[in-house]
Design a protein around this ligand. Structure first.
Ligand SMILES: [Zn+2]
Length: 351
């Protein structure tokens, strides 16, 4: 035994320059490389932007990160990005989540996962913690019964059962919107501040969008955008109370009060609450808020007199937006806090 150690020591001494190579190779699992030169500045910690609407299309930053991981580690795979929408909350439903296939009992893949984490969470030369994670816009990671979220910036227990739910056969990455849309400095070389969720274009002729406008809410902005030049129809139904008095009721176009049980439409020129200004205001996209266009020409689906529909409280209007963007709905009432109930707006592309 002594002879063997001695021989090995001599051998290592004699080959000093070459022993560094195997030592380095053993210690360093490769890590991904950005395709561009990274700027000195860096993104803030990615905000938590949970999925709020169904748009199961793979987003480019998520696709690119999956490709980068599998190109760096050939024994791993992209398990999934977008998935059919469910009723729970998941960024797989808006194409912002990546499931990266690596198995915790596979020593090579475990080392690769740990190398990626060390790379994501390392400080950069300027001392910024979690530098690569921020440049990629990753808002949380789940692996092997633990979750790391930008909200806490540490690993915490993740309640689960089974290898898939416990993320022991894949790593889950969820991206903020700017990271998902590949706008962050890891991809562009330019620091990008976090962005609001975009409004996907609604152009389908076979599906409809349902928007609930709570009577006590200031404004509802649709998650989707209507497209310039297309024709849409709005169908509004429901009624609400504009005070805590049962007799004070309104629908999208007409209202009544405890002093006047007859439903009245808004007559042009009426501009005060006393004369019954309780319309639903629907605004279509314009280049500037000061030129906001309000949809007019509402038609009672069942005409019961005076422009009102006391039968079904349903009204329709059509419009062709001059530019693409989300719709906004609000109830024209200066004091909404004491309102109750809601209107339902169905938006349908018809042409
Ligand atoms: Zn996942």
């Amino acid at each position: 035994m002594r002879r063997l150690i001695l021989a090995l020591t001599v051998g290592l001494s004699a080959l000093a320059p070459t022993i560094l190579a195997p030592t380095t190779a053993f210690a360093a699992v490769p890590t991904p490389h950005p395709a561009v030169a990274l700027p000195a500045g860096i993104e803030p910690m990615p905000p938590y932007q949970p999925q709020t609407y169904c748009d199961p299309k793979d987003k480019p930053g998520v696709v690119a990160f999956g490709q980068l991981l599998t190109a760096t580690y050939h024994d791993t795979s992209v398990v999934s990005i977008s998935r059919p929408c469910g009723t729970d909350t998941s960024e797989h439903y808006d194409g912002r989540a990546l499931d990266w296939g690596a198995y915790y009992k596979n020593a090579t893949q475990l080392a690769e996962v740990n190398a990626v984490f060390a790379w994501l969470f390392a400080k950069d030369a300027a001392g910024n913690p979690n530098a690569m994670l921020r440049r990629l816009g990753i808002m949380y990671v789940i692996w092997n019964k633990q979750i790391w979220g930008s909200w806490s910036q540490k690993w915490e227990p993740y309640a689960c059962s089974g290898e898939t739910a416990c993320h022991q056969n894949h790593v889950h990455f969820s991206f903020d919107w700017s990271g998902a849309l590949k706008k962050t400095s890891f991809w562009t070389g330019v620091v990008s501040q976090p962005m609001d969720p975009p409004h996907p274009l609604y152009t389908s002729l076979t599906t409809k969008q349902v928007v609930t406008v709570a009577a006590n809410k200031d404004k509802v902005t649709t998650w989707f955008a209507v497209k310039a030049g297309m024709t849409y129809r709005l169908t509004v139904s429901g009624s609400y109370h504009y005070r805590q008095v049962a007799a004070d009721a309104a629908d999208a176009e007409c209202s009544r009060s405890y002093g006047d049980a007859v439903w009245h439409t808004l007559v042009p020129g009426e501009t005060t609450q006393a004369t019954g200004l309780r319309d639903l205001v629907a605004t279509i996209p314009t280049a500037s808020p000061t030129t906001a266009t309000t949809i007019s020409g509402w038609r009672a689906a069942v005409a019961t007199g005076g422009g009102c529909n006391t039968s079904t409280h349903t009204y329709t209007a059509s419009f062709i937006p001059a530019m693409s963007g989300p719709l906004e709905f609000s109830i024209n009432d200066a004091t909404r806090a004491d309102n109750s109930g809601a209107l339902t707006v169905v938006v349908a592309r018809v042409k």
